[in-house]
Design a protein around this ligand. Structure first.
Ligand code: PYC
Length: 325
């Protein structure tokens, strides 16, 4: 009997990566090994990823190498001038527009690799250029794309919940933001919150309620304000992401959408700091400036590197491209 081929001879692909988490939400930056995506713009390249190259997304993000919470960040040459990097974000459901926590992870990864230092860095994304500032203490501020409220106080009938009211807002992704008053948003009730937000999303879709130009509202954000022992207000959120996993961080694009709603209601002045807690108690700070009447959010948080290595594909692995339906 001839001996089995040594495992290394069966390796067909190697993808180098660095993992991090930002306020608890993981990001996997793919540095190399991904095939070239066709397209003149990052938006076109994102559509190529959604189409013919989708199995590369599932290889990176899905089990057995990834999980439902993980956000992938494919590092690419930028298309826009003066950018330090281009990036396409994606999760277990498909490509994302922008990703706030992912940008903190990307910037911290580039710093960890010694490719950038403290200062301002322009990053090209499929929804526009964002500027991220790496601070001396390791925190990252992301000057996001302009955010705005599209619809106020929309009512949707949700099975088991009755009429749910919320605002539709853009913060780099589309959000439906629901005020749940003083309800406790915590790790103890994430299963219940997850079920409710998925039902809200389904109800919005069935009712034909969308973002601008019929865009799907794929993120649902519940928010509460609870008084702390000193009489101050603690702002928490629970954000359901497109693939059915909740955001462990306060969600950079979700916090941006929230700032747009606060600005539209006259509840937050330009430059005023908004502390947004996540359902796990981690914090992003947000503030905005008004430029030409548009809300320009800046979200600050910190990412930590957790892992570095290679994703390996071996010939004959039935789950090489992820565990998919
Ligand atoms: O931080 O913007 C964000 C985000 C989007 C999805 C998960 N996190």
């Amino acid at each position: 009997m001839s001996p089995a081929a040594p495992p290394t001879s069966r390796v067909t692909h190697r993808l180098s990566f660095v993992d991090s988490h930002s306020a608890g939400e993981p990001t996997r930056v793919v540095l190399g090994g991904f095939p070239e995506l066709p397209g003149e713009t990052l938006a076109q390249q994102r559509e190529a990823l959604r189409g013919d190259f989708d199995r590369w997304r599932t290889l990176v993000n899905l089990e057995p190498r990834g999980n439902d919470v993980l956000v992938g960040a494919l590092l690419l040459p930028p298309k826009a001038p003066d950018c330090v990097a281009g990036v396409i974000y994606f999760n277990n459901a498909g490509p994302l527009g922008m990703c706030g926590h992912g940008t903190m992870g990307l910037v911290s990864t580039l710093a960890y690799l010694g490719r950038i230092g403290p200062g301002d860095h322009r990053i090209d994304t499929p929804v526009g250029v964002v500027t991220a500032t790496l601070h001396e203490d390791g925190r990252v501020s992301v000057a996001n794309v302009p955010a705005f409220r599209h619809l106020k106080d929309v009512c949707v009938a949700v099975p088991g919940l009755g009429e749910v009211r919320g605002d539709v807002a853009w913060g780099g992704n589309w959000f439906f933001l629901v005020n749940v008053g003083e309800r406790v948003l915590s790790l103890e009730n994430v299963a219940e919150l997850g079920g409710e937000t998925l039902r809200i999303r389904q109800a919005l879709s069935e009712a034909g309620i969308t973002g601008e130009a019929g865009a799907e509202i794929d993120h649902i954000e519940l928010f509460s304000t609870v008084q702390d022992s000193k009489g101050g207000g603690v702002n928490r959120n629970f954000v359901m992401c497109p693939g059915g996993a909740y955001d462990r961080s306060p969600c950079g694009t979700g916090t941006s959408a929230k700032l747009a709603c606060l600005a539209a209601d006259g509840k937050l002045e330009p430059g005023q700091v908004w502390r947004q807690e996540s359902v796990i108690g981690s914090v992003f700070e947000g503030q905005y400036s008004l430029q030409g009447g548009q809300v320009h959010p800046v979200i600050t948080g910190q990412a930590f590197i957790t892992m570095q290595g290679e994703l390996i594909v071996q010939d004959g692995d039935p789950f090489a491209w992820g565990i998919r339906p």
